[in-house]
Design a protein around this ligand. Structure first.
Ligand code: ARG
Ligand code: ASP
Length: 702
């Protein structure tokens, strides 16, 4: 009955967009959502979530490194994030003798913690609406005239706000230029690794289980944030002391169950909820299929090669993971967009919007103008996709990106980055991939996006395969040895065929693609500003009750929902909580992705779970319908009392269209149960002393 009512309500009110729930809410405006949150189980107040005049939970959430989220869990600077977020910094400390990735790493005292030059965590100090300041003096000007004034206003606002302080600030737009916010951060640069489980726990399930439910990955890593003696940020020094955060999370071991309130507090990077129908069509009909096909080609070759040689598996494991991650996501996203009929719904909405806008000069032409701009940008954005995913995905071509300056005027010593590259490089694999990628590019992309000299060379060589053979035969970049002898012979590396190939495409891109993309993107942005404002007016006029939230832009947001199973297909119901029993069922010593540590097998065999035993087993992961995105990895998952119950790390792949349209029926975020984190810390890591540092509460939120 509820469904029928919903459908009727939808037809009356363009359910298209208004029915979809979800939302990534702005913390400083959370008061507006708190009633709804409380009706679903929130027990704390808006001021507990975000405040600037007192400590609040926002002070316990960090922007970790370039793209993840982390949370403070002790008064001594202890922080948690995901294993996959800390993976690359841990890799830097790893060697054959100390394989911290494989074996895990646990500092048994503070002296053993590992510093990481270049790694930062940022705490949000405050966020403020500065729209009026950004627009000051732009009244009556054209968009392009206003642009430079806005830019200098932004500089001024930043100066006024953080000039003379040790804070950093960013101004970012919400709703496509309709609103501007300043974000003030305190940035800490002494961040040390404290503990990480072995990959057989932290990456358990590997690519096979990535984006999947049921899930059993122990995807967590501990860090500690250090500060100067004054508790302020300081560059790395032995004399630094653990940072005392304004706030840290209490940890609840009380457990959760179906229907329980959950909230995710973190840094989602990018969503496109207000994308125009033609933009969705570009994703669904062109961009995703092209990118998926090109990555399938790369993955097939890598997988074939790694089955034949374990050394290749190690060398290509990180590459394979990063290629496969978006590849799987895009497939799920496409399925989801089709299933939701997002394009048809958006088109219907846009049609009604146009009818409504007919008498409103401000909005009258926005839909047709957007359509025209998308038509204009189409070929260029597709060419850009192919360039990134085919041409610049050839590893031999990437050397130019790794060591461009050095290649132009090389010295004897090969730069470290380039040596690292050769450590994990198999030219035979790359050559096979290059043949497929280049052939696909040549076959799918209009002539004008193929550099003349490359077309010429391919013709001379008698086809793509022979041309690629020639490229790999004559380039000095295929191995460190070849490169060293080229340098010894004082060869001009800028004439190397791989470098020439790279520049042919890079120049073509700069001359024929880049400018157009910038121009049409700017036009689309400007129209999108009007369109989003128009949608608010249109929906208000039609009383649809649709609640707007700004697309994710890598700033702090709150999502909320509840622990919730779902039906992935007819006659199947997924339960929302996984346990250690599932790990044991998947355990397989023959399969490196599913080969758990012997210690875990032993613990299971003797049911030696100690204080972490729940109904005779240990809970591992859970799903909920919080609206999250890339960047939310590592985010604290809180119960209604604001206590930490988990760490967010993934979504289900068939729900990843949530970046464009959220569907509460099947979109699920995947979190690690905090009790599994503590269990592994104590029983596998032998680092129970870390737990003593935390504030464990046994309460249940209800
Ligand atoms: N899918 C998760 C996210 O988008 C985890 C990625 C890392 N794990 C992996 N197996 N590739 O980032
Ligand atoms: N795994 C993603 C991340 O690294 C999270 C997601 O896309 O749901 O941020």
């Amino acid at each position: 009955m509820r469904k029928i009512l919903l459908i009727v309500a939808c037809v009356l009110s363009y359910c298209a967009v208004s029915q979809a729930q979800g939302g990534m809410w702005v913390p400083s405006l959370i008061e507006e959502r708190v009633k709804d949150m409380q009706s679903k189980g929130l027990k704390i107040s808006a001021g507990d979530i975000y405040a600037t005049d007192k400590a609040s939970y926002k002070d316990a959430v960090v922007l970790f490194g370039g793209g993840c989220t982390g949370e403070m869990v002790s008064s001594e600077g202890l922080m948690l994030t995901n294993h996959h977020c800390g993976f690359s910094v841990l890799q830097k400390h790893s060697s054959v003798e100390h394989d911290y990735l494989k074996d895990g790493f646990w500092a048994m005292n503070r002296d053993e913690e590992l510093p990481n030059p270049g790694l930062t965590v940022k705490f949000l100090v405050r966020m403020d609406d500065v729209t009026d300041k950004v627009f000051a003096g732009t009244e009556g000007l054209s968009a392009s005239e206003a642009e430079s004034i806005k830019r200098s206003n932004i500089e001024k606002v930043i100066q006024e706000t953080v000039g003379g302080t040790h804070y950093e600030a960013d101004v970012k737009t919400l709703y496509y230029g309709n609103q501007y916010y300043i974000y003030v951060y305190e940035v800490f640069e002494d961040v040390r690794i404290v503990g990480a489980p072995p990959s057989s726990i932290g990456k358990f399930g590997g690519e096979t289980d990535n984006w999947m439910w049921p899930r059993h990955t122990g995807d967590f890593m501990y860090f500690r944030v250090y500060a100067g003696k004054d508790n302020k940020p300081a560059p790395y020094s032995k004399d630094n002391v653990p940072y005392k955060p304004k706030k840290y999370f209490n940890i609840s071991t009380g457990g959760i169950g179906e229907g329980d309130f959950t909230m995710v507090y973190g840094y989602p990077a990018r969503t496109q909820q207000y994308l125009f129908s033609s933009g969705v069509d570009d994703v669904l009909s062109h961009s995703n299929p092209a990118k998926i096909k090109l990555r399938t080609m790369r993955l097939e070759e890598i997988q074939r090669a790694r089955k034949s040689d374990p050394a290749i598996r190690i060398a290509y494991s990180y590459k394979e993971a990063s290629i496969a991650n978006a590849w799987k996501k895009w497939q799920g996203e496409s399925l989801g967009l089709e299933r939701l009929k997002t394009i048809a719904k958006k088109e219907a909405y846009e049609k009604s919007f146009e009818e409504w806008a007919y008498t409103k000069p401000e909005y009258k032409d926005v839909v047709s103008s957007l359509r025209a701009q998308y038509d204009s940008i189409h070929d260029y954005s597709l060419a850009w996709d192919y360039l990134r995913e085919a041409i610049f995905a050839i590893e031999l071509v990437q050397v130019m990106r790794i060591a461009d300056k050095w290649i132009e005027s090389p010295s004897e010593a090969i730069p470290q980055k380039l040596s690292d590259f050769y450590g994990d490089y198999y030219p035979e694999i790359d050559k096979k991939i290059a043949k497929k990628l280049l052939a696909e590019y040549m076959g799918k992309i209009p002539q004008r996006f193929i550099p003349d000299e490359v077309a010429e060379d391919i013709k001379t060589a008698n086809g793509v395969d022979a041309y690629v053979d020639m490229l790999f035969q004559s380039s000095s970049f295929v191995s460190a040895d070849r490169l060293a002898s080229a340098i010894a012979q004082k060869q001009d590396l800028t004439k190397d065929p791989a470098v020439v190939f790279y520049f042919a495409f890079a120049n073509m891109f700069n001359n024929a693609v880049r400018g157009k993309i910038i121009k049409y993107d700017a036009n689309i942005e400007a129209l999108q500003k009007t369109f989003v404002r128009g949608q608010k007016a249109f929906d208000a006029d039609n009383k649809t009750g649709r609640v707007f939230f700004p697309d994710a832009n890598h700033t702090l947001r709150v999502s909320y929902g509840s622990v919730s199973g779902y039906s992935p297909e007819d006659a199947v119901w997924y339960m929302p909580i996984s346990t250690l029993e599932g790990i044991i069922a998947k355990d397989n010593p023959q399969e490196y992705e599913f080969n758990i540590p012997q210690k875990l097998r032993d613990i299971h065999a003797s049911s030696d779970y100690g204080r972490w035993s729940v109904n005779g087993t240990v809970p591992v992961c859970f799903i909920a319908n919080n609206h999250t995105s890339g960047g939310n990895s590592g985010s604290p998952v809180l119960n209604g009392k604001g206590e930490l119950i988990g760490i967010n790390f993934d979504r289900t792949w068939t729900g990843t269209m949530s970046d464009i349209e959220f569907d509460p029926e099947i979109c699920r975020n995947i979190s690690l149960d905090i009790r599994y984190v503590l269990f592994v810390t104590e029983k596998i890591g032998g680092a129970g002393y870390l737990i003593d540092e935390m504030n464990i509460v046994h309460s249940k939120a209800k």
